[in-house]
Design a protein around this ligand. Structure first.
Ligand code: TXA
Ligand code: MG
Length: 343
């Protein structure tokens, strides 16, 4: 049967459906499930054939490793091979940030399947806090490999209908947990070395991690605009072009940088409605007052909506300053706007 011929159902998270999906996953199948960040395309992380289906459905290259989602700290440590000192560090980070949107890249146990880690000596682990995901972990008894439930390179889904729009026909079930609360993928930190490196910025900011971890933190090259400094990505989430709408996207930081006379088929996306004059019908606001948590929550949904409307030949989007959550939003926008020959 061709993978495009599958009937896709969106299921509400009733007790029966939680059991159905938990069994479905335990038996070696794939389903989309909600997390507090974005929707994930889930499979039993120890079932190689099931994990292979994730790559096929997303059209994802095998060099891009997956995050393994686990229910608690005890299970997380079972997947890692680390000494006592590193364990203490991870413990303090877990206490501060997990369950939640922080992913830990750590040296892995030898039995962790290569397909999950793309053959790396490390594994990425996260304890999600979404109650529906927690239920699935608990009812299935599986650790769950789950990348974002979007075709490789496209915008991540923050609702069940986003998953249906881009992967409908390729998987049997989408469990509906409502709109994702955070709307951006988790922060990824590599603590397999002496220092912490932030591989992908997210809701848990470098500042927040620094408050718990007294040593040096390195922010990987996401804040560098300069393509001359480009080094091969440590993680494909660091690819220069990612999370991209099909409609060409251009960034600006100040409202004053916006071209005044713009055509009707150009959309303008602004962070805040405050102080905005000369409202035009193709102006879109991510928040009323510049609240970045709201901007993060709405960003992917709005970019999708504009893309799917086919009404615009260009999207101009305002990029926030790099402090706090602004770093994660700016990171996704820069990658989404990078030209396809940008790397
Ligand atoms: O919020 C999230 O993290 C969502 C939800 C579903 O949990 N997941 C997600 O997965 O964003 P994905 O696959 O779209 O992005 C995970 C990133 C990839 O860029 C991958 O390269 C990186 O994590 N990654 C996974 N394992 C790694 C490893 N061992 N070392 C470095 N990077 C790794
Ligand atoms: Mg992704």
């Amino acid at each position: 049967m061709s993978p495009t011929s599958i009937k896709t159902s969106i299921l509400p998270p009733t007790v029966e459906n939680l059991d159905l999906i938990a069994t479905w996953l335990r038996e070696g199948n794939v389903a989309a499930i909600p997390t507090e960040t974005v929707y994930g395309l889930a499979a039993n992380a120890l079932d190689i054939a099931a994990v292979r289906q994730i790559f096929a459905i997303k059209n994802r290259p095998f060099y891009d490793p997956l995050i393994v989602h686990v229910p608690d700290a005890e299970t997380l440590f079972q997947w890692t091979e680390i000494d006592e000192e590193l364990r203490k560090t991870v413990h303090s980070l877990l206490e501060a940030f997990s369950p939640g949107p922080l992913t830990y890249v750590l040296p892995k146990k030898s039995w962790v399947p290569d397909i999950v880690t793309s053959g790396h000596a490390t594994v990425a682990l996260r304890i999600p806090r979404h109650p529906v995901f927690q239920e699935i972990l608990c009812r299935s008894g599986c650790a769950i490999a789950a990348p974002s439930a979007n075709p490789f390179g496209y915008i991540s889904p923050t609702s069940a209908s986003h998953v249906f729009q881009s992967l409908g026909g390729k998987l049997r079930y989408i469990l509906d947990g409502g709109d994702c609360e955070i709307g951006l993928e988790s922060t990824i930190i590599d603590i397999s070395h002496e220092h912490i490196r932030i591989l992908r910025p997210g809701k848990i900011t470098g500042e927040a991690i620094q408050a718990v971890w007294p040593k040096k933190i390195f922010l990987e090259n996401y804040s560098s605009k300069n393509q001359d400094n480009f080094r091969p990505p440590l993680t494909p989430g660091m690819l220069q072009r990612h999370y991209s709408p099909r409609t060409p996207l251009y960034l600006f930081s100040q409202k004053s940088e916006l071209p005044l006379a713009m055509e009707r088929n150009v959309a303008r996306v602004l962070l805040s409605q405050e102080g905005h004059q000369g409202f035009r019908e193709n102006d879109f606001f991510l928040s009323r007052d510049g609240n970045l948590a709201l901007v993060a929550k709405r960003l992917f949904a709005l970019l999708r909506e504009l893309d799917d409307s086919h009404a615009y030949k260009k999207i101009y989007c305002q990029c926030p300053p790099l402090d706090g959550l602004g770093a994660a939003i700016a990171d996704r926008l820069r990658r989404a706007a990078a030209s396809s020959d940008g790397g």
